[in-house]
Design a protein around this ligand. Structure first.
Ligand code: 13P
Length: 251
């Protein structure tokens, strides 16, 4: 049985002070035992986040890393630094990094390898843009991303670590959610691809999230699908009350 993972990706939002206020509010709200909950903050809030949450069941994540351990890479953050803070997850290949910061699959592959080498769990994001969806090549796009991003990585390295987030770009921050059937169909496609690339046992164990305009109002419908094991939530994760509703969707 896969335990669903609901993660809030704060993107470039929340100062350290705002993080403290968010966490104070979250303390008084009840969280669900049925799902794993994770907060993914900017680097500047990670120390506050991990210190506060290490006492709880809530996991923490970073939004990016660089693949080297240390050295002359001005402005970058290494897996060692994240591990030292007690961070559990790291997003790799978010569409905003792929498009705005021109991160390609070769770089993302190195980042995933670095995360795994340092025992950080990568949340690998994939997804097509609107034009690709309209041309009905979304499966090809997602397949190419996953094949290239996982290149050379063995099955053993991925067990209990890899999470995949399917985030169609046209659904991110637009209020336009993919229909739960379309989201399920792509998540199933991804699981079948993992069977092809590795084996059924690994494919069955990997959690596949959906992301793109997930809100308290639509989370239960999305989570009801067989191959969707969680959500990666942007906007709706920034408010403690809305985040609490999301993680308690089943109640
Ligand atoms: P929104 O939930 O704001 O659409 O963002 C989704 C996302 O990109 C999460 O990583």
């Amino acid at each position: 049985m896969r335990r669903p993972l609901i993660a809030g990706n704060w993107k470039m939002n929340m100062t350290d002070g705002e993080t403290k206020k968010f966490l104070d509010k979250l303390k008084s709200l009840k969280n669900s035992d049925n799902v794993e909950v994770c907060i993914i903050s900017p680097f500047t809030s990670l120390k506050t986040l991990t210190e506060f949450l290490n006492e709880t069941e809530i996991s923490t994540g970073a939004q990016n890393l660089y693949y080297e351990d240390n050295g002359a890479f001005t402005g970058e953050i290494s897996p060692i630094m994240l591990k030292d803070l007690g961070v559990d997850y790291v997003i790799i290949g978010h569409s905003e990094r792929r498009t705005i910061f021109k991160e390609d699959d070769e770089l993302l592959n190195k980042k995933i390898i670095a995360a795994l080498n340092h025992n950080l769990k990568p949340i690998l994001c994939c997804g097509e843009n609107l034009e690709q969806r309209e041309n009905n090549i979304q499966e090809k796009i997602v397949e190419n991303q996953i094949r290239s991003d996982l290149k050379g990585i063995s099955e053993e390295e991925l067990y209990s670590k890899l999470v995949i987030a399917y985030e169609p770009i046209w659904a991110i921050g637009t209020g336009k959610t993919a229909s739960s059937d379309d989201a399920q169909s792509m998540c199933k496609f991804i699981r079948n691809l993992l069977t092809k690339l590795y084996c059924e046992e690994l494919a069955d164990s990997v959690r596949i999230q959906y992301g793109g305009s997930v809100k308290p109002e639509n989370v239960a419908e999305i989570m009801s699908k067989d191959d969707i094991d969680g959500a990666l939530v942007g906007g709706a994760s920034l408010d403690a009350e809305s985040f609490s509703k999301l993680i308690n969707y089943g109640k």
